[in-house]
Ligand binder design. Structure first.
Ligand SMILES: C[S@@+](CC[C@H](N)C(=O)[O-])C[C@H]1O[C@@H](n2cnc3c(N)ncnc32)[C@H](O)[C@@H]1O
Length: 326
């Protein structure tokens, strides 16, 4: 297992997140995706070490490394091993009713991608796992790949992965799994690559399995469901003036963030599916990024992982609602 010193880490759009959140001494902040604590440390440093943080991660290994790093500011950050959709449990445990800002930096960390045994990457051979939280009892990618119905696999690969060849790839998987248990990352990558017509394989900028692996990871970890659940409730816990910054790396994630922010800014408290507002309430938040903010060219050159990042920020308006819940 890696140690905190061994893992090099460049947090994505750190300067922008810190500037938007403007952490102040004694302010209370939530980092829902602690990872290697890049953003948490940035917030703590900017507050002169005097902000208070609740930090969540569903990955025990990341949490252990981050805890080492957070020792730089003893007593300022309380960490929890839990998905960010459960943030209310952490707030309750620490005794906070509201917060002064929150950040989500979605997706997986380089630590997770680089560890072959976690099964996230086709670049190294490993078991087909992909769970961010191996203690959660969630199905692994191996279970999904070998058991899911063809239509479900096709939907995951095509829609979550934005993979136009989703149907073809799902069909190839279903055909092969009749003869063998697809158990490793390299075997799956090989099946996906063979499903690609040779001309498309040559034209592709990335490995043909890139989108399929990302889609399976998102399905295994219910990543879109997590974001939806979080966004449904977090706004009620933001103090007036508090900001939520979300960095996403995928169009489906970004869409959820954009729609939730619009919903808050319109003032609707009616269900999101309802087109016409029948509740006549003032807006909950204003949007500070009309278009998503992108990393600078310099950041993209220094940190290629930042290339697909999109940052959106909203600010809570008005007095807190009575009881804190809609
Ligand atoms: C991109 S990394 C965060 C990096 C971090 N901001 C930093 O600079 O060190 C994403 C982290 O969020 C965690 N994560 C992803 N989805 C999560 C969820 N729904 N709940 C809690 N943690 C999650 C992953 O385990 C991973 O450690």
């Amino acid at each position: 297992m890696s140690t905190a010193q061994e893992v090099p880490h460049i947090p994505v759009m750190l300067k922008e997140v810190v500037e938007y959140l403007g952490p102040r001494p004694g302010g209370r902040y939530l980092d829902g995706t602690l990872g290697l604590a890049g953003h948490s440390l940035g917030l703590l440093r900017a507050s002169g070490g005097r902000a208070e943080l609740i930090c969540l991660d569903r990955d025990e290994q990341a949490l252990a490394l981050a805890q080492e790093r957070l020792k730089e500011f003893p007593g300022q950050a309380t960490t929890f091993h839990m998905p960010f959709s459960s943030f209310e449990t952490a707030l309750e445990e620490v005794g906070w009713d509201r917060i002064d800002g929150a950040v989500l930096d979605l997706g997986v960390s380089s630590l997770q991608l680089d560890e072959a045994g976690r099964g996230f990457s086709f670049m190294a051979d490993g078991p087909l796992d992909m769970r961010m939280d191996a203690t959660s009892g969630m199905d692994t990618a191996r279970t999904l790949v070998n058991r899911a119905h063809f239509e479900e696999l096709k939907h995951i690969i095509r829609d979550l992965g934005d993979e136009p060849l989703g149907g073809k790839i799902a069909r190839a998987i279903v055909r092969i799994r009749e003869q063998e248990d697809i158990a490793t990352t390299s075997r799956l990558a090989e099946i996906v690559a063979k499903a690609y017509p040779p001309d498309r394989r040559r034209e592709a900028r990335n490995h043909p399995a890139t989108r399929t692996f990302m889609a399976l990871r998102m399905a295994v970890n219910n990543e879109i469901g997590e974001i939806k659940d979080f966004l449904e409730r977090i706004v009620q816990y933001l103090n007036p003036g508090a900001r939520l910054a979300v960095i996403s790396f995928h169009s489906a994630e970004d869409r959820e963030v954009k729609e939730a922010f619009r919903h808050w800014a319109k003032g609707y408290r009616c269900p999101m599916e309802q087109q016409i507002c029948t509740c006549d309430r003032p807006p909950l938040a204003r949007i500070l990024t009309k278009k998503p903010q992108l990393p600078t060219q310099l950041e993209m050159d220094r940190n290629p992982r930042s290339r697909s990042a999109k940052l959106r920020v909203a600010e809570r308006l008005g007095p807190p609602t009575a009881g804190g819940r809609p």
